[in-house]
Design a protein around this ligand. Sequence first.
Ligand SMILES: Nc1ncnc2c1ncn2[C@@H]1O[C@H](COP(=O)(O)OP(=O)(O)OP(=O)(O)O)[C@@H](O)[C@H]1O
Ligand SMILES: [Mg+2]
Length: 578
Amino acid sequence: MMIDKRLLGLSPESKKYIAGNVFLQWLSLVANICLMTAIARLLAGLFTKTAGQRQISLTVLAAAVCVAVRFFCTVGASRMSYLSSKAVKRTLREKIYGKLLRLGVSYRERVATSEVVQVSVEGVEQLETYFGAYLPQFFYAMLAPLTLFLYLSFVSLPAAIVLLVCVPLIPVSIAAVQTWAKKLLSKYWGQYTALGDTFLENLQGLTTLKIYQSDGFKNEEMNAEAEKFRKITMKVLTMQLNSITIMDLIAYGGAALGVILAATQMRSDRIDMAGALLIILLAADFFLPMRQLGSYFHVAMNGMAASGKIFKLLDLPEPEERTESVPADCSIACKDLSFSYDKEREVLHSVDLTFPKGGFTAIVGESGCGKSTVAGILMGRNQGYTGSVTVGGVELSKINEADLLRSFTYISHQSYLFKGIVRDNLLMGRPDASDGELWAVLERTKLADFLQGEKGLDTALQERGSNLSGGQCQRLALARALLHDSPVYIFDEATSNIDVESENDIMAEIHRMAETKTVILISHRLANVAAADNIYAMENGCIAESGTHEALLARGGVYADLWNAQQALENYAKEASV
Ligand SMILES: Nc1ncnc2c1ncn2[C@@H]1O[C@H](COP(=O)(O)OP(=O)(O)OP(=O)(O)O)[C@@H](O)[C@H]1O
Ligand SMILES: [Mg+2]
């Protein structure tokens, strides 16, 4: 197939520009035919010495008009081509953007970020040639030979037929290359996105790579990948060049055939001189549009391969329309909840958890037991769980994402801080907060003193807050969360980088919140959770035990073991420091 129907149907708006483009090119062809006819007649007239002054000036006049018409047609056609590719690019980017929004926070489960970036920037760009040049040329390349055939058939039917019959040889040669080209191009795009992926990842992890001095190794790895990409690019270019050579052979060979035919026909007096000249002048025009189509074809193929990726993204299954809102009673209950990131390994095994409204619940357990996974499910980030999770009786998977995110605040040890100033980062939590309110939360998270020494709320932040210490970042994230006044808070190791003293202050803050809000606290340090109304101790994706601190200690299970181990360690540390 030389035309992708789905791609064509993508933007109805661009269709009219394509039609306009084809018409203008066709008009330009007609002008060319007139011009060539006038020239052929004049030449024949001059040769037979029958042309007078009048015919010469008339020809010059006609030529001027034709050239002017062609000029305006060319300008108009390129304008149309720009408009149609612009329309398509806009529609496509809107579609991709809308799709990502509908996929929601869990989009990363289905597609890599770097791929989305490449597809929506470079991939969409590739379609420019497809819509701006290839598609109009496709229709024009059919229209042009037919028009010429109709006209030349009055001059010499045999010559016109021969020329017309040779034209389809070009698309046939294109089709021959296509099956092979398609495979090559899809490989090319695969390599391209793979390279982009590695590049992005290595760039993000550059500091770590330097620390472990693995940058040399990664460098070689990337070089190898880049070399592979270079090779496949060369292959693609070779393929395109070869196929263009073949098309040239056909186009100019066909034109030569026309010239020979015209000459022999004139010799046998079947056509006059003007007719022969006309055939010679117009023979190449039979082939040039098709030949041009062929060279656009390869770029267009690239666009079509990119469109494959775009459609794959657009076709990703979307989470069901979620219309329910979070009920006022936002107590949470998980029943028989299981979850796996990939099919091979289940991470949560039929766990039952309840987080009563206004309650203070803690989840503890060894690293990797599934605590953050639970938090991810509650935040709607991990989808496709089995069992049930209800918020005030409404199934979580039916709750509108925006509403969920308004009602649930998640603060992790790696909450994102944006480049800019402190105030802007805080205002994300509550856009209408006054400076006074901002200072109040900074006070509560023990950041006020530090920031007063800097530029206050206008203190500049670098990307990810990299100019602050780890603990300061966490405190700022916490302050932002405090501003985001929501009924449910999930703290996931939110104080992991903070010294014990400030941690205690912040914990006091969290405990105070727990008096009015539903708080779920995930923490390694058991001293932090001792005050919770209920503690879940997890082990390998299951709930090992639950209860209050006292009850769990009395039980002498996992929790008690962990507690005793931590107490011993902290006592030892205290003794050591005395
Ligand atoms: N995005 C992911 N894709 C695949 N597997 C994951 C992903 N995130 C976590 N896991 C796996 O799920 C299991 C539970 O991880 P989880 O992050 O919930 O642990 P955790 O209890 O929060 O640990 P920690 O205390 O170290 O934060 C781990 O075995 C981990 O390998
Ligand atoms: Mg975790």
